[in-house]
Design a protein around this ligand. Structure first.
Ligand code: FEO
Length: 398
């Protein structure tokens, strides 16, 4: 087996998962995902995180391949979510004298998940672990992604082992480091990972970025996806942008339509936006596209226009799903328009208006609602909605 090293004494132990369809049994993985652990072989041997349980055998083969009979002294648990701690119990059996490093929020979770309570060392922010040449410092980054999440900083090599932070969906198809791949291929999955997995915790992420600002970082080694060593500014800038809801000029149109009438309104709006010079218009059929892709584009573009037909006096279920996810994530700072249609009673637009009040985004235009097929007056009103959105975006981006 090939070995990938970050430096003379630090090994990458990453595993491609192309078989799991849904991350956390919910988020689609069209390009797969990786689980990365890292091994520092110094006077003391220290593992940074483990891997998802089903990769335990492969993980142990790699450890044997590198270490032979040499035991591991420490395992740092940066994050207890099982995609990183899944091999912990088996690791403890393989290396009975191993000591687990975590913070005060780590160990109750480890006990709950694995029943492990022995040989645990609790660290506080900035505490140091001396491995010989390598000195490790620990910094908590609460809610990026769980309350106990932390990063490990190798002060000697200037490497930040960041766990979920700066991670990405997508397997590593040969290239492991950012300078070995075409970054454009990974950007979409990095953004979908951040916006959907960590996106509820943007303020926490912003605070974590400030907290880590004082560290001299030469390499970022996350527990999913690429290792960053040549384009650190690229991923740091993206995280600053995403976590501060900094958006581009563009509009996401989300539509739920049963018979195509609401969709015709969406197309009229999209066309008028283009006529008005909005080049980034992304229209999603909420029934067809997984909400994770829609959320990702909402983080990207300032304008959001949502259309729903009525469904049993309610919003269309697939649109309701998107709206619920927007509320759940508490996404901030967008401009909004709503529209829809109905056959025999309303419900779509009425409930979108309730959503508008709840999310507290800026409303650009009165809602537009048609009865049955799209007719001339509502066609004109749909265009007016697009005009109002285009006008507002012009103001905001000039
Ligand atoms: Fe990759 Fe929050 O676990």
């Amino acid at each position: 087996m090939y070995k990938v090293k970050l430096s003379d004494q630090i090994y990458f132990l990453g595993f491609n998962d192309r078989r799991t369809a849904l991350f956390e049994n919910f988020w689609p993985l069209p390009k797969g995902v990786t689980y990365n652990a890292y091994l520092i072989v110094d006077e003391k041997v220290c593992l940074i995180d483990t891997v998802e349980r089903k990769f335990t055998d492969d993980f142990f083969d790699q450890l044997d391949n590198i270490l032979g009979d040499r035991p591991i002294d420490y395992v740092v648990v940066n994050h207890v979510e099982p995609d990183h701690s899944g091999a912990l119990s088996a690791l403890r059996m393989k290396y009975p004298n191993i000591t687990i490093i975590g913070n005060k929020k780590t160990f109750p979770m480890i006990e709950n998940f694995y029943g492990i309570t022995e040989a645990c060392i609790t660290v506080n922010d900035g505490d140091e672990l001396d491995l010989g040449q390598h000195k490790l410092n620990f910094y908590t980054i609460p809610m990026v992604h769980w309350p106990e999440s932390m990063v490990t900083y190798d002060r000697t090599e200037k490497i930040l082992f960041s766990n979920d932070a700066f991670g990405s969906f997508g397997t590593l198809d040969g290239g492991v480091f950012d300078d070995e791949v075409n970054l454009a291929y990974y950007e979409e999955e990095a953004m979908r990972y951040f916006t959907n997995i960590v996106g509820k915790y943007c303020p926490h992420t912003a605070r974590a970025l400030v907290k880590l600002e004082g560290l001299e970082i030469g390499m970022i080694a996350p527990s999913h996806g690429l290792i960053w060593r040549s384009n650190l500014a690229y991923i740091l800038d993206k995280y600053k942008q995403w976590s501060s809801y900094t958006t581009e000029k563009g509009v996401v149109i989300i539509v739920g339509s049963m018979y195509g009438n609401t969709e015709k309104m969406a197309d009229a709006i999209g066309r008028q936006l283009a006529v008005r010079g909005i080049k980034n218009v992304r229209t999603f059929d909420a029934s067809k596209t997984h909400v994770s892709h829609i959320i990702s584009d909402i983080f990207k573009y300032k304008g959001v226009i949502i259309g729903s037909c009525a469904y049993n006096n309610e919003m269309f279920p697939s649109v309701e799903n998107v709206v619920r996810e927007i509320l759940h994530k508490g996404i901030k700072d967008h401009v909004l328009g709503v529209f829809g249609s109905y056959s025999w009673n309303g419900g779509g637009v009425k409930n979108l208006e309730k959503f508008s009040e709840e999310i507290k985004w800026e409303i650009v235009n009165p809602s537009v609602e048609e009865k049955g097929a799209l007719k001339k007056d509502k066609y004109e009103e749909s265009k007016q909605l697009a005009d109002a959105m285009a006008n507002r975006l012009e103001e905001l981006f000039t």
